[in-house]
Design a protein around this ligand. Structure first.
Ligand SMILES: NC(=O)c1ccc[n+]([C@@H]2O[C@H](COP(=O)([O-])OP(=O)(O)OC[C@H]3O[C@@H](n4cnc5c(N)ncnc54)[C@H](OP(=O)(O)O)[C@@H]3O)[C@@H](O)[C@H]2O)c1
Length: 266
């Protein structure tokens, strides 16, 4: 995609799933990529197997370490002498009812799924505003739109992201900054394997909803086409279940809530 050629883009959560698929597609398009996740060896493999490894800067890091966000954001900005786009994609899900959740596990879910975004934006937004341009693309979730049993902290953090980025978009519009929300339904990635249960341990299995989801590569292509148009909201992975939930959530929320009452296990 010509549009992305030479664009400087930071992608968080680039080591697997949606972030990896976006990285692969953008690398083919000639973008200059800063890629972040905790698993450095995977990031190095991605760089080495890309068509132009010199266009990829590996920037490993744990974005739930809130006091280091200042440093990693500065390094992402400096890697190619500025950024044109930031794709805030890293995230961790949940698979436990609220009554089984330890408070500390829930709080940690907020660190990666909400505060990492806010902390990074404290560093990037002033830079984007100063240069008079910058496109922020935040990956949220269908769980940001509907009640999501077994995912209460994840869903709450994703709801919070909508409030955060919609306000950020409004406040920074006149400075030339654009904000897109990417709102996946179900994509077949590792998300459910790594989703945390009450005591913080990984769920470790493929959720049937994700199993039926779109492929990450298909989702990435759709996302990039819509980001090019600077769409406010981008919907991908709307399997029949996801589409019905989204429709009911918008027009018949009480009915959706009634249906979801029986969802007490995966
Ligand atoms: N798949 C779906 O059906 C679905 C639906 C709705 C929303 N989403 C959202 O899509 C985004 C991508 O998820 P995915 O489905 O592609 O899942 P995934 O394959 O599990 O990818 C998650 C990515 O986030 C990174 N990550 C997790 N914790 C991190 C941390 N503390 N610091 C830095 N990076 C971290 C992971 O890398 P490391 O483990 O190497 O750190 C990985 O690259 C998430 O925000 C998720 O909430 C997915």
């Amino acid at each position: 995609m010509e549009y992305y050629n030479d664009r400087r883009i930071w992608i968080t959560g680039a080591s697997s799933g949606i972030g990896l698929a976006l990285t692969e597609e953008l690398a083919k398009s000639g973008a200059k990529l800063v890629i972040t996740a905790r698993r450095e060896s995977l990031l190095n493999e991605i760089k080495e197997s890309s068509p132009r490894p010199e266009n990829i800067h590996v920037l490993p890091g744990d974005l739930s370490e809130i006091d280091k966000l200042n440093d990693i954001s500065t390094r992402a900005w400096d890697a190619f002498g500025g950024l044109d786009m930031a794709i805030m994609n890293a995230g961790v899900s949940q698979r436990s009812l609220f009554r089984e959740m330890e408070f500390e596990t829930g709080r940690k879910l907020f660190d990666i799924n909400f505060f990492a975004h806010a902390g990074i934006m404290h560093e990037l937004l002033p830079r984007f505003e100063k240069q008079g341009s910058g496109h922020i693309a935040a990956v949220t979730s269908l769980s940001a739109l509907i009640p999501s049993p077994l995912r209460i902290y994840y869903s709450s953090a994703k709801h919070a992201l909508h409030g955060f980025y919609e306000t950020l978009r409004t406040e920074s519009w006149n400075s030339g900054v654009r904000v897109s929300l990417i709102i996946p339904g179900f994509i077949k990635t590792d998300i459910s394997y790594k989703a945390v249960t009450g005591d913080g341990k990984a769920f470790g299995a493929l959720d049937p909803l994700q199993k039926a989801g779109s492929s990450p590569a298909e989702a990435a292509l759709k996302i990039l086409k819509q980001l090019k148009k600077q769409k406010r909201e981008i919907y991908v992975g709307y399997t029949p279940n996801a589409a019905i939930a989204r429709f009911l959530g918008k027009f018949f929320p009480a009915l959706l809530s009634k249906i979801l009452r029986n969802m007490t296990s995966v």
